[in-house]
Structure formats: structure tokens, C-alpha cells
Design a protein around this ligand. Structure first.
Ligand code: GDP
Ligand code: GDP
Length: 455
């Protein structure tokens, strides 16, 4: 155990409260086709590089390493969502809200030739509410003649519109200079796109399961609120809490402690909050209230964690309220409803009495170790060689697909690629997955298995 902690890459970051190298994050937000991607490419020049392919939830978003006038920041392009004529209004606003939530400053792009639309106005509302600094980019101002179009956008009430031609580069420098003026040195959003620093935990679960009670219990007197960045009026979103001799970053706690936006419909906000918290987190603790039957809503949160590819711990809360009869039903509900996540570590806690709350840390560590785990290619192929010899794929149409080679393509979560000589059936794939878990554990992490067919 001692040796392990010395080798732990995160050990050096223990006393660096805010986490190492947390670059400020800039979100590029706006309707489809206003020129966001063009602007992003303009900023990046040819040196673009994907910072992190955040799985699952961020298919609509790509983060890049960007630099302007010697300042480094993460640039998040929200360009890729599909256009659905009906739901477009809500969808743009929804996407923008998540991106803005995760950003330190915003480049809001409007098509100056079209002018402000209702959708633009909807985005403006949420930008105001976020209190984040916004640079208004009046795009597609390709020449002097159309500059009057840009001036029309003063009406949005976001201050000076910067006339820009993302396509030709005109005016983009001025807009970026203005951006740097309002961009904080260090990110205050919890390093959603960063690596390193204290491990990031999200407390999730439907309303009233006890998230805020558990947070209070864990925090005790040691709570350190991550500071506001000077010049912004943001609510603090993350809290650093020392548990089991390590510092942990509990992300998005403002959403737990203060029931923001509740007027907007609890369901909508709850799922948005879950999504935003998952983006920032490496591991999620999904709380389930043992007093209530396990419901659709609980399963949905668990599924969101899996889809996001994050490590997972399940905490059964309010254990102090469990009587014999309820326990009988609970066990059956767990068997039925949580059958697909038997791999997730479980802790039975009471946020009220503090019962077994200390078991959370070992569970988190197990889940994160699995999430980070890399199986050497040699070992993986030896293992597949054995199971394939003992249980070959069934013969189909006179042919038997063989597994040629397997490798672990990535970690966080572990993803495997199998090269096969033919189509591998879903049933056999599940069998392989099950055996992978039996052999290597992976307690607390989703795993992915992809098959590539090779001749
Ligand atoms: P996004 O959906 O907001 O990312 O928009 P894109 O960057 O994909 O741009 C949509 C279309 O607008 C593309 O055909 C671009 O070439 C065009 N476009 C983007 N910026 C400009 C600009 O400054 N001037 C002109 N004339 N066209 C632009
Ligand atoms: P949240 O909406 O998930 O943040 O839930 P809260 O922390 O606000 O808790 C909702 C209610 O459940 C409050 O009345 C808490 O006092 C209560 N509660 C939370 N945890 C426990 C627990 O472990 N045992 C009992 N008996 N009540 C709890």
C-alpha cells in the first residue's frame, strides 16, 4: 500500500488545491451555421489538436488546445449537433447551457447578415443568467459594407458586437483580444477538460435521495470551497474535501447546495445537472434512497454514468430507515433493476448518522483503479487465446470466425478492440465481455468491446 501511494501520479498534487495546470475554458456558442466551426479553425490555425475526446455526453462538443497572443486556453466547439427543425430552439439552448456551464468565458457567434433570431435571444437569456463574460461575435461581416449589420446587434444587450469574418479572418484578432481581456488566468470550472489534480467526483441521484446531506457529512469541517476567480461573480462550483488522506474534488456542488433554476422544471434541471456534473467528473456516486422503490429515474442516472464512460459507485442511502420488510423488497429490486451493473461497488450508508460513510473512499479508489487500468497486450492475447480455445465461436454458414488479435485501445474507461476473421455475434461478444470482467475485475468501470473484421 505504501509503495503504491508513492507511485501514484496524483500524490504530488495533494496540496495544490486548485489542481495543476487548469487552463481557462472558452465555449463557442451559437445557432447552427453561424460559423462557429469556421471561427474555431481560424483561432487554431493549422495547429489544432484534440485535447480530450470526452466520451458519451460530449459527442456534440470537442475541446481544443488554443493559443492567442501567448495565452493558452481550451477552446470548446459546440458545432456538431444535428439540426432538428422542431426542437432546434430548445436544443440549441440546452447545448449552449451545458457548454456555458463548463466555460470561463463565451464567444457568442451570431450571423450578422441574418440578424438576431428568437433562438439567439433565448441563448442571450441564459448567457445573462450565467454571469460569464461574453464576447459577441457578429460573424459573416466579410467587408466594410456589411459592418452596419454588426451594429444592429447592439440590441441584444451584450455590449459591443465585434464584426468578424471567420471565413477570411477579418476582425477576428480584435474579438480575440477582447476575449483575453475578460478571460481569467486559471479556470474556475473545475478543469472539466483537464487531467491531473485531485480526482473528480460527482454526487448524483434524483431529488431528495440525500446528496446534499451526504456532501455535508463528507465535508465536515474540512470543506474548502474552490475560490471564485477574481473579476467574475460565479457561484463556487466545486469543493475540495480531504477524505482518507487524499484530496478529492467534488464537482458541481453549487447545484447540490443551492437549488438553482428550480423554477424551470425539476426534471429538466436534474438531468442537465447530471450531465454537466458527469462532464467534469471521473467517477460518479449514484445515491439511491432505500426507503423508496428503485425507480426509472434511478436507472436513468446510472445509465447516464455508463453512457458517459465514467467510473461508478452506488450508494444506498438512508440505511438507518431500513426495516426488515423493506429490506426484503429492496434486495429483490436490486437484483432486478441493477442487474446490468453488478460490477459497480456498493456501499450502504446513512448520510444522517454517518454510518459506513467511510467506506465510500475505498469504493471510489477501486472504481478509479479499474477505470485507469491497462491490460498489457501480451496478457490480453494469452487470455483470449485460452477462452477461444476452450469456447470457440459457433460455426455459422460453414464458417467459424476466429479472433486474430486483441488490444486495449484506451483507458478511462478501458476500451478493447478485437480483430476477428468474421462477424462476431452479439451473444458471443457478451460472453467475451463477461469473461474479461471475470479475469481482470474492472469493478466500478464500464468497459467497451469493439470488433473489427479483417480478412
Ligand atoms: P457552425 O454550424 O456554426 O459551426 O457553422 P460553420 O462554421 O460550419 O459555417 C456555416 C457556413 O457559413 C459555412 O458554409 C461557412 O463557410 C460559412 N461561413 C462561416 N463563417 C463565414 C464568414 O465569416 N463569412 C461568410 N461569408 N461565410 C461564412
Ligand atoms: P438531495 O435532494 O439529494 O440533496 O437530498 P437532501 O440531502 O436534501 O435530503 C433529502 C431529505 O432526506 C432530507 O430531509 C434529509 O434530512 C433526508 N436524509 C438524507 N439522508 C438521510 C439518511 O441517511 N437518513 C435519513 N433518515 N434521512 C436522510
Amino acid at each position: 500500500e505504501e509503495d503504491r501511494s508513492l507511485l501514484d501520479a496524483d500524490a504530488g498534487d495533494l496540496d495544490d488545491g486548485a489542481g495543476a495546470d487548469v487552463r481557462p475554458v472558452v465555449a463557442v456558442v451559437g445557432r447552427p451555421n453561424v460559423g462557429k466551426s469556421t471561427l474555431v479553425n481560424r483561432v487554431l490555425g493549422r495547429r489544432e489538436a484534440v485535447v480530450e475526446d470526452v466520451p458519451g455526453v460530449t459527442r456534440d462538443r470537442v475541446a481544443y488546445d488554443a493559443e492567442w497572443s501567448g495565452r493558452h486556453f481550451t477552446l470548446v466547439d459546440t458545432g456538431g449537433w444535428e439540426v432538428d427543425a422542431q426542437g432546434i430552439h430548445l436544443r440549441v439552448a440546452e447545448q449552449a447551457e451545458v457548454a456555458v456551464e463548463l466555460a470561463d468565458a463565451v464567444l457568442f457567434v451570431v450571423d450578422a447578415r441574418v440578424g438576431a433570431t428568437d433562438t439567439d435571444e433565448a441563448v442571450v437569456k441564459l448567457l445573462r443568467r450565467s454571469k460569464k463574460p461574453v464576447i459577441l461575435v457578429a460573424n459573416k461581416v466579410d467587408d466594410q459594407r456589411t459592418e452596419a449589420d454588426a451594429a444592429m446587434l447592439w440590441s441584444l444587450g451584450l455590449g459591443e458586437p465585434y464584426p468578424v469574418s471567420a471565413l477570411h479572418g477579418r476582425g477576428s484578432g480584435d474579438a480575440l483580444d477582447a476575449l483575453l481581456d475578460v478571460l481569467p488566468e486559471k479556470s474556475a470550472v473545475g478543469g472539466a477538460y483537464a487531467r491531473g489534480g485531485p480526482r473528480r467526483v460527482a454526487l448524483l441521484g434524483r431529488p431528495n435521495v440525500g446528496k446534499s446531506s451526504l456532501l455535508n457529512k463528507l465535508a465536515g469541517d474540512d470543506r474548502v470551497v474552490v475560490d471564485d476567480v477574481a473579476g467574475t461573480t460565479r457561484d463556487p462550483v466545486d469543493e475540495l474535501i480531504e477524505l482518507g488522506g487524499k484530496t478529492w474534488r467534488f464537482v458541481d456542488t453549487a447545484g447540490i447546495r443551492r437549488r438553482v433554476h428550480q423554477t424551470r422544471g425539476a426534471d429538466f434541471y436534474a438531468s442537465l445537472r447530471t450531465q454537466a456534473a458527469l462532464e467534469k467528473a471521473e467517477v460518479a456516486v449514484v445515491l439511491i434512497d432505500v426507503e423508496e422503490p428503485i425507480a426509472e429515474q434511478d436507472i436513468r442516472v446510472v445509465q447516464q454514468v455508463i453512457d458517459a464512460g465514467r467510473a461508478l459507485v452506488i450508494a444506498f442511502n438512508k440505511w438507518d430507515r431500513l426495516d426488515e420488510e423493506r429490506r426484503y423488497y429492496l434486495e429483490r429490486e436490486i437484483e432486478r433493476e441493477l442487474e446490468r451493473v453488478t460490477w459497480a461497488p456498493r456501499v450502504n450508508v446513512s448520510a444522517r448518522t454517518g454510518r459506513h460513510v467511510d467506506r465510500l473512499v475505498p469504493a471510489l479508489e477501486t472504481a478509479l483503479d479499474s477505470w485507469d487500468e491497462r491490460i498489457p497486450t501480451g496478457r490480453l492475447n494469452a487470455f483470449f487465446g485460452e477462452i477461444v480455445a476452450a469456447h470457440p465461436h459457433p460455426v455459422r454458414g460453414g464458417k467459424q470466425p476466429r479472433i486474430l488479435f486483441a488490444t486495449q485501445a484506451s483507458t478511462r474507461p478501458p476500451k478493447f478492440v478485437i480483430f476477428a476473421s468474421g462477424f462476431i455475434e452479439a451473444g458471443y461478444r457478451r460472453f467475451l465481455e463477461r469473461r474479461l470482467r471475470e479475469e481482470f475485475g474492472f469493478d466500478g468501470t464500464p468497459i467497451e468491446l469493439a470488433v473489427r473484421v479483417r480478412e
